[in-house]
Design a protein around this ligand. Structure first.
Ligand code: 3PY
Ligand code: MG
Length: 247
């Protein structure tokens, strides 16, 4: 069981493969950076350089959203020194159990020993070298909602993470609608928190806008992702340009 009694943490997705951007963002006021191999533009090699760049700041957590559910891919990412894996499009407890097993050595799992980076890089504070990588699973389909209780109960799971865009599409709201105001989405997210609390795991979500980020945090979520590097850069530049023109 995790200790969920903590201040909420705030993170950002990294979609570009430039290690300088990764390093700069790592030194911002964020608690985690998530390298997005599912939708981002990074190759695996670039992801590795970004992990090294993020590691220049102690105590920031390095998350990776893998490009697939392949168990070999998951094992490799563990060997690179990732702290948290965020598995997209998970629908069943069996998928969760298999992914968790891929991050654990026998007898509890099936991971082959080869933690090359974690064996020499200082881990985040208070974390032991042999402490398992955290596994979060994304809840972003109707099947995942139906199976939420069984998914949350899988031993070793660290948290559930809502993907509001995919979930919104699945619910018929379309891709870009704010989600917190939608009755069904809000209901599901409340169920998420309640389920996570009951199982002693974290509850997290992506937030497409700052308003939604603050709504989610007020709902009691443990982690909120503010968006991704490209979207945030563009929004900031547009904001500055608009303000400059109006002054
Ligand atoms: C979603 O909202 O579907 C996500 O995957 C967030 O990146
Ligand atoms: Mg998604």
């Amino acid at each position: 069981m995790n200790n969920v009694d903590h201040a909420p943490s705030v993170g950002c997705f990294l979609t570009t493969g430039d290690s300088l951007i990764a390093e700069r963002l790592a030194h911002c006021e964020l608690d985690y950076l998530c390298i997005d191999l599912q939708h981002g533009f990074l190759t695996e090699s670039e992801a590795r350089y970004c992990i090294q760049a993020i590691s220049t700041r102690p105590n920031i957590r390095i998350w990776v959203r893998p490009s697939s559910k392949s168990l070999d891919h998951i094992g490799r990412l563990c060997d690179w020194g990732v702290h948290t894996l965020l598995l997209p499009m998970i629908e069943t407890p069996d998928e969760v159990a298999a992914a968790i097993a891929a991050t654990r050595y026998p007898p509890s799992g099936s991971r082959s020993f080869g933690p090359i980076r974690p064996s020499f890089v200082k881990p985040v504070a208070n974390e032991l070298l042999d402490r398992p990588v955290q596994v979060f699973v994304m809840i972003e389909t109707l099947a995942a909602i139906d199976n939420l209780e069984e998914i949350a109960a899988v031993p070793g799971l660290s948290g559930i993470y809502f993907g509001p865009t995919d979930l919104g599409i699945a619910m018929g709201y379309g891709a870009r609608d704010p989600f917190a105001s939608k009755t069904r989405m809000a209901e599901v997210m409340r169920l998420g928190i309640e389920t996570a609390r009951r199982h002693g795991i974290f509850c997290a979500s992506h937030a497409p806008t700052p308003t939604e980020a603050s709504t989610i945090l007020k709902m009691g979520f443990d982690h909120v992702t503010l968006g991704n590097d490209l979207v945030i850069f563009a929004a900031t530049i547009n904001d500055l340009a608009r303000k400059s023109r109006s002054e």
